[in-house]
Design a binder for this molecule. Structure first.
Ligand SMILES: [Zn+2]
Length: 255
């Protein structure tokens, strides 16, 4: 296309100055693109070193975006689900019936809507989770940030162990991203309209289940390995049941 444009310019008035101008403008545009990427790199570096909690989430987000963009444009994937989450399909295999064991007697009854969950929260039955330096709660479209106290405690312990592990290995702490928490009958119905795999008897209705995103770790593969090893250990000690989901998350029910 550039060749055609150049030919046209030459044919019409043979003025090489116009070609030079065209090349200059193209170089200018290229310069802006390079400066933009340089700006992103510097911003990431500064954020990761000054505010690791925000910087590492931002870094992971960039990796995710890069992976998605390359996948779409080049029709290749630089990271498949099992590469984001090595060995997860072997380590985290607890099926629906295993998770049910953990919530069948001790979970809350499925609640109709958010108002009902709120009521359980004001009565002190459920605890509310809020993003902090250790974990980040992504926008919840189909669930609400409430869990039973033992599940909340499990997340705090998990973050503590993972944080200690990062410190011992001289790695920056990358906050865990939680993508789904407690659902209601109403939100499960909404979810079923968008996702055929969603089931009415979702473990997320019972106040003991949440999802952690493994893709959110992006390029921070060492940190994810730390977390994954800790989850394997918790699983062995029967503290929880974990299912590897190919949609990008680990589905965890606290025992
Ligand atoms: Zn889940």
């Amino acid at each position: 296309m550039l060749k055609d444009v150049v030919m046209e310019v030459q044919n019409t008035n043979g003025n090489t100055n116009r070609i030079k101008l065209l090349i200059f403008q193209l170089m200018k545009q290229l310069g802006y693109v390079l400066m933009f990427f340089l700006f992103l790199l510097v911003l990431t570096f500064l954020l990761r070193h000054s505010v690791p909690a925000i910087g590492n989430v931002y870094y992971s987000f960039q990796c995710q975006v890069l992976n998605n963009r390359l996948t779409r444009f080049l029709n290749i994937s630089i990271a498949k689900p099992n590469e984001w989450c090595p060995k997860c399909e072997f380590n985290f295999t607890d099926d629906v019936s295993q998770h049910k064991k953990a919530y069948y007697l001790e979970g809350i009854q499925p609640q109709k809507n958010n108002q009902r969950l709120n009521r359980l929260y004001t009565k002190g039955v459920l605890k509310k989770l809020e993003s902090n330096n250790y974990f980040y709660i992504r926008d919840l479209n189909y669930s609400y940030p409430y869990l039973l106290p033992e599940a909340q405690k499990f997340i705090f312990n998990l973050c503590k162990m993972y944080s200690d592990s990062c410190a011992n290995n001289h790695l920056d702490y990358v906050p865990i991203t939680i993508t789904s928490i407690t659902r209601t009958i109403e939100s499960v119905e909404r979810l079923k309209m968008n996702n055929r795999n969603a089931i009415s008897e979702s473990a997320h209705l019972r106040g003991k289940t949440f999802d952690i995103s493994y893709t959110a770790f992006g390029c921070n593969t060492k940190q994810f390995k730390m977390l994954s090893d800790i989850l394997v250990q918790c699983r062995r000690e029967n503290q929880c049941f974990v299912k590897y989901e190919t949609n990008g998350c680990l589905h965890i029910t606290v025992n």
